[in-house]
Design a protein around this ligand. Structure first.
Ligand code: P53
Length: 484
């Protein structure tokens, strides 16, 4: 007999995915390529070191279009959801999921960004998917932009650096809200909006090697400002429909001071401010916080704002917070100043174990994070991603005995239930991910997160058939009993 956890009856249990990591069908029905589909798979000796995957230039993107070098671009193939969505949605439903978080590919709706009319074939695909969810009784949460800005917008308009892109995005957002508000109650304008500043190439456009670090940083904060405005304008537009809600999505980089040395405590506080609270502060409180003004001034970043921008932000905060939570890390002054190399460096924590990719597993950190966000913002919270990536193979019984995933999920669920007892208003959770997908960061198929195994390897060899892992059956039982 397991331990029984308490959750509200209406708690939204679900699973999360993203278009370029599942759909495939990159060149059908008028779709353009997004930036994500132009990053090749690179075999790594050290899975923790992703630097080799990041040699991205405008030339490498252009070369990828015709792919004369014969490289493999995994996000063009995903896990074949485009053709298998009915089976997948049925499997999600049978596992007991109540909500499915997915993203719409901008590249299917406005392939060049500047068309007058949306691509009907693209709308039709998503309508079919939503109809299927409705038939199976699954609620839907949609991410409007999950790192996958159409490449033509980057090539022809210089991506998010250009203010004009706000209007292109808004046109896209209005079309999908008008078309699909009957199916979709929860909308997230941008996935992990804080990652753009860390990985400009992935989230918002190319990296320009000729620029200095500060110039690049200034450019990414300018892109971010445009995304904040775009998101606020989506919130403004959404007021047309009473039954839909717009939330934000932040990669929660939960950090602790390495020790009780006040130097490290203060260092952690400053990192927390600029790496996470800054984003929530702008999107929830509707203003640039004071500490960010000092940061920008000292580093030499001058944001260009149009008149009215600050009012737009102030008048249109999001209604709920979502965040991804995979790990925590430590911060110390020793790690150095904010430099290019260590932007994402994760300080070790001797009390935690890490995955093969160096992601330190920390269920208690989830309760800590939930309390921190609730104390500070007092808006409903939703965990839009959480899970564990592992190298896995099917065994002789065509399954995977993924007890580590069962432990990971169960321990995180337990801390969620504790946070709810603490009084935190947590209304849902979508695991990353119910089914194996292409990895966002490393492009592998081998970094598997699913409860459902998909028979593809890193080069898209395989049948694509779906098999249930042990965690699938465990989760299904958890949905019925709430026992871990
Ligand atoms: P992958 C870094 C840190 C935290 C979350 O990531 C991140 C990333 C990007 O790698 O991204 C989110 O596949 C993202 C998903 C992604 C998932 O976390 O690199 O929203 O698209 O798949 C897991 O292991």
């Amino acid at each position: 007999m397991g331990k029984k956890l308490e959750f509200p009856q209406e708690f939204l249990w679900g699973g999360a995915t993203a278009a370029t990591q599942i759909e495939g069908a990159y060149d059908v029905d008028g779709k353009s390529l997004s930036i994500m589909e132009m990053i090749p798979f690179v075999e790594l000796e050290d899975r923790k070191d992703l630097s080799k995957t990041r040699n991205l230039t405008m030339q490498s993107f252009l070369d990828s279009i015709e792919n004369k070098k014969g490289l493999h671009y995994p996000k063009r193939f995903g896990n074949d959801f485009y053709h298998r969505y009915k089976e997948d949605i049925r499997l999600f439903k049978e596992a007991g999921l109540k909500i499915f978080r997915m993203s719409i590919a901008w590249t299917r709706i406005f392939p060049n960004g500047d068309e007058k009319e949306p691509n009907q074939k693209g709308l039709e695909f998503y309508r079919n998917v939503f109809e299927e969810c409705k038939k199976q009784g699954l609620e839907v949460m949609v991410t409007m932009n999950h790192f996958d800005t159409p490449f033509p917008i980057i090539q022809n308009y210089n991506g998010w650096k250009n203010r004009e892109v706000i209007d292109m995005y808004l046109k896209y957002a209005k079309v999908i809200i008008d078309e699909f508000n009957q199916y979709v109650k929860y909308w997230l304008p941008f996935n992990e909006i804080n990652l753009g500043v860390l990985f400009s190439a992935i989230a918002t456009g190319e990296e320009d090697a000729s620029k200095s670090f500060v110039e690049k940083l200034a450019a990414t904060y300018q892109e971010l400002h445009h995304q904040f405005i775009a998101q606020a304008k989506v919130v403004e537009y959404s007021k047309k429909y009473e039954h839909i809600k717009i939330g934000c999505m932040v990669a929660d980089t939960t950090t602790y001071p390495l020790d009780c040395n006040p130097i490290n405590v203060l260092e952690n506080q400053q990192k927390e401010q600029m790496k996470k609270f800054f984003y929530y502060d702008v999107m929830i409180k509707g203003e640039y916080p004071s500490y960010s003004k000092r940061f920008f001034k000292e580093i030499g970043v001058n944001l260009e704002m149009a008149s009215g921008d600050l009012e737009i932000l102030k008048n249109n905060p999001v209604e709920f917070i979502t965040f991804s939570y995979y790990m925590s890390s430590t911060i110390s002054k020793e790690m150095g100043e904010l430099t290019e190399g260590n932007l994402m460096r994760l300080g070790k924590n001797p009390f935690l174990k890490a995955t093969d990719w160096g992601w330190q597993i920390d269920p208690l950190g989830l309760r800590y994070t939930l309390n921190q966000l609730w104390d500070r913002y007092q808006v409903p919270l939703f965990i839009s991603e959480n899970g564990i990536g592992v190298l896995e193979k099917l065994n002789a019984n065509n399954t995977v005995e993924d007890d580590y995933r069962i432990d990971y999920l169960g321990q995180h669920f337990e801390q969620m239930s504790e946070a709810i007892k603490d009084g935190v208003d947590l209304f849902g959770y979508t695991m990353w991910t119910p089914i194996d997908v292409v990895s966002a960061g490393s492009n592998e198929f081998s970094k598997r997160y699913g409860m459902i195994f998909v028979d593809y390897d890193d080069y898209h060899n395989g049948t694509g058939d779906r098999y249930l892992k042990k965690s699938y059956h465990w989760f299904k039982n958890f949905m019925e009993t709430k026992e871990i």
